[in-house]
Design a protein around this ligand. Structure first.
Ligand SMILES: Cc1ncc(COP(=O)(O)O)c(C=O)c1O
Length: 393
């Protein structure tokens, strides 16, 4: 009997649990909804990215069912071999028109869109200049590219400029920011970074995962929100959050997209998104264009919930949108707060180091367009009661 060469993982897992960094994965017993059955309990759900409630929208479900009937459940191939259906092409054309760019390429996730893009447009001779709080998929893309990575402090445009200024003019460089930061809900300084990128001839890239369907006209994202059309060379969006399905995409010039279709490794070497997902995503674009009142409802709910949190006296950081952190401080305190809320019928996931910086552990709350005022009021009342009980407010 040989010893298990993976036994060291047990000790590492134990260490994660002891430092409060291991997330307990909760189980949904039904749809991703504003009030959902999670771990067998009916709770007000403040932890999904289902901003517009589209995971259960009738138009998306109908299109998905029709696509299954016509195309089956899988594509059976990667895009460049036999896995490109007319549906994929239709979605890409719809998204390009929506984003007002020449072209779009769809990936299996926002993660693979970011990682596959950064790693294919940059090489070992290049430099990437990246916000310290950019998403893990950007960080992985940077590492895979083998470019030199230079990180600037969160939203510090002056620091980004200084890094770019010190690089030779002939140096190829990419300046990259999240449009909305996923743990704090704050907007990236997209307009100011565009100026800096232009000043120093850098490629400008924005990851709009949390802005897609949320910011900009009809949810077109931060480039639209800040009026930066034509000034961001690479826009990444996700279909997995507000759009309610699964997938990611890159919007940009025809040349960029044609290049990614030849070189981005997740596009070439991983099977394409299934037809039901693609068809539902097309229906989601229709919904964004034809039912903008859903986005307005998201913003009404966001304003209502934030005002309630402020009135209670929670520290909600610098959020600009529907993601609102309730910053507690110590990891154990944040996770205990989350666990007590869950017992009282509210699911607000606790986030601890290393997902967020040490001393900034929090609840990460996200309201959606699907929440009723009663559900949000119940959540606020419960947050207040449990917050007082635990000495957080
Ligand atoms: C900022 C950001 N970028 C990219 C992603 C990845 O998107 P997806 O879930 O579609 O892979 C996420 C999701 O967690 C995110 O928060």
């Amino acid at each position: 009997m040989t010893t298990d060469p993976l036994r060291y993982l047990g000790a590492e897992l134990q260490a994660l649990r002891e430092q409060g960094s291991a997330l307990d994965i909760r189980i949904l017993g039904g749809a991703q909804a504003a009030t959902a059955t999670i771990d067998g309990r009916s709770v007000v759900n403040l932890s999904s990215n289902n901003y517009l409630g589209l995971t259960t929208h009738p138009r998306l479900k109908q299109r998905a069912l029709e696509a299954i009937e016509r195309y089956g459940v899988g594509t059976g191939s990667v895009r460049p071999i036999a896995g490109t259906m007319d549906l994929h092409e239709e979605l890409e054309q719809r998204l390009a028109a929506f984003k007002q760019t020449e072209a779009v390429v769809v990936f299996q996730s926002g993660f693979t869109a970011n990682a596959g893009t950064v790693s294919s447009v940059l090489g070992r001779e290049d430099v990437v200049v990246s916000d310290e709080l950019n998403h893990a998929s950007i960080i992985d893309g940077c590492r895979l590219s083998r470019a030199t990575i230079k990180v600037f402090p969160h939203k510090d445009v002056g620091a980004a400029r200084k890094i770019l200024r010190e690089l030779p003019a002939s140096q190829r460089k990419l300046l990259i920011t999240d449009g909305v930061f996923s743990m704090d809900g704050d907007l990236g300084p997209v307009a100011a970074l565009c100026e800096v990128a232009e000043e120093y001839g850098a490629i400008m890239m924005v990851d709009d995962a949390h802005a897609s369907g949320v910011f900009g006209r009809n949810g077109r994202g931060t480039v639209d929100h800040f009026g930066m059309h034509g000034r961001v060379h690479i826009q990444v969006g996700t279909l997995s959050k507000a759009i309610g399905t699964l997938g990611g995409y890159v919007a940009g010039s025809r040349t960029l997209i044609d290049f990614l279709r030849q070189r981005a490794r997740p596009f070439i070497f991983s099977t394409s998104p299934p037809p039901a997902v693609v068809a539902a995503s097309i229906a989601a674009v229709d919904v964004l264009m034809e039912e903008p009142e859903i986005i307005e409802r998201l913003w009404e709910n966001t304003r209502f919930f934030k005002a309630g949190l402020h009135a209670i006296g929670f520290n909600t950081g610098a959020s600009d949108g529907p993601i609102t952190p309730v910053i507690v401080g110590e990891s154990a305190a944040a996770l205990h707060f989350s666990a007590r809320l869950f017992e009282e019928g509210v699911f607000a996931q606790g986030m601890a180091f290393p997902i967020v910086p040490r001393g900034k552990a929090r609840l990460r709350t996200i309201v959606t367009a699907a929440h009723t005022t009663d559900e949000l009021q119940y959540a606020l009342d419960t947050l207040k009661r449990v917050g007082i009980e635990l000495g957080i407010v």
